[in-house]
Design a protein around this ligand. Structure first.
Ligand code: FO1
Length: 317
């Protein structure tokens, strides 16, 4: 079945809106295209953090406090690993470990990440389609004051502290995007593309850096709407604002709209950023004000409903 809504998404922030959309749409109507630029091999295991964050969130299993990993997790493996002097900077919970072990086994047996993700989603009772952005490796690499760092080294090991000079997405130029995402974007059944409030440079850019996906997004008949990841110049979570400052960008929601540029038909600003609406609108993009802070399930659903209504207005107008 071809989805009615395609959401582009990174990890924690994006998954919150993806869950809101999932709850406002009928089963099967939503597909979530997820960043794999954060994927890495750790302790010999293939870890797909953003795919798992979306998977656990849509399955109702995500850790509510940290956003990633599983609720009610135990940590016997990490404790035992640390006792042996093993690498314990990236925390894999005992139950989460099963996901990485089973994914790694299936990849080694020749299954694709797309196929494995669909199997995991079905096993966990997820009614939506979760699509890794590509089965080919794309790796987000940061040029920092400490030299070149792979994403998780930057983000977790060094707590996003090193100043960033540039970001590249190794492999993106040749990676083949998800075939199902390309088919959805070309389908007349697609009603809306939502760029979730994930970090544009760390979580969304890896997707947009794949030329065929970028072209399909440019060509789709469905409206493309982004939700600002910034509220009053601040990120809800994570290093978006710090990173923008380090890249020499003005730290506000209008800069993000500029970054997405001609891709956007609509942009959702937080009500606190109403003053930026004329600036964004002048660039030829429809602007909607909404309460974008998602603190619980009702606020996720409310924002999703708002985005869907905005998209429907853009499609009909
Ligand atoms: N984030 C952390 O800040 N510390 C961790 O130890 C950590 C472990 C981890 C394990 C599995 C997983 O799926 C995600 C994990 N994350 C951790 C989150 C992850 O690094 C980031 O949230 C994303 O890559 C950014 O979207």
């Amino acid at each position: 079945m071809s989805p009615r809504v395609l959401a582009l998404c990174g990890g924690v922030g994006g998954a919150k809106l993806a869950l809101g959309l999932a709850r406002r749409l009928p089963p099967g109507a939503l597909a979530v295209l997820v960043n794999t630029g954060d994927d890495f091999t750790h302790l010999g295991l293939h870890v797909s953090p953003d795919v798992d964050t979306v998977l656990y969130t849509l399955a109702g299993l995500a850790n509510q406090t940290q956003g990633w990993g599983l609720e009610g997790e135990s940590w016997a493996f990490m404790t035992a690993l640390a006792r042996l002097g093993g690498e314990d900077w990236f925390r894999l919970g005992d139950a989460d470990l099963a996901t990485h072990v089973e994914r790694t086994r299936r990849l080694a047996a020749g299954e694709t990440l797309t196929h494995i993700t669909a199997a995991f989603a079905a096993a966990l009772g997820v009614n939506q389609t979760i699509l890794p952005m590509s089965d080919d490796p794309v790796r987000t690499m940061l040029e920092t004051e400490m030299g070149t760092l792979a994403f998780q080294d930057y983000f977790v090991r060094h707590r996003a502290a090193p100043r960033v000079r540039a970001i590249r997405y190794d492999g993106a130029a040749t990676a083949r995007p998800s075939a199902r995402a390309l088919a959805a974007l070309a389908s007349p059944e697609l009603e809306l593309v939502v760029i979730c409030p994930s970090n544009p440079w760390l979580s969304v850019a890896p997707l947009l850096s794949m030329p065929a996906l970028r072209a399909a997004l440019d060509a789709t008949r469905a409206p493309v709407v982004a939700v600002s990841p910034l509220i009053a110049g601040q990120a809800v979570k994570g290093p978006t604002a710090k990173l923008m400052a380090e890249l020499g960008l003005a730290v506000n929601a209008a800069t993000v709209a500029d970054y997405y540029g001609g891709l956007l038909d609509g942009y959702v600003l937080d009500e606190a950023d109403a003053a930026l609406a004329p600036t964004v609108a002048r660039r030829g993009c429809a602007v909607e004000l909404a309460a974008t802070l998602m603190t619980d399930l009702p606020t996720r659903e409310a924002l999703a409903a708002h985005v869907l209504a905005f998209g429907a207005r853009l499609a009909s107008g």
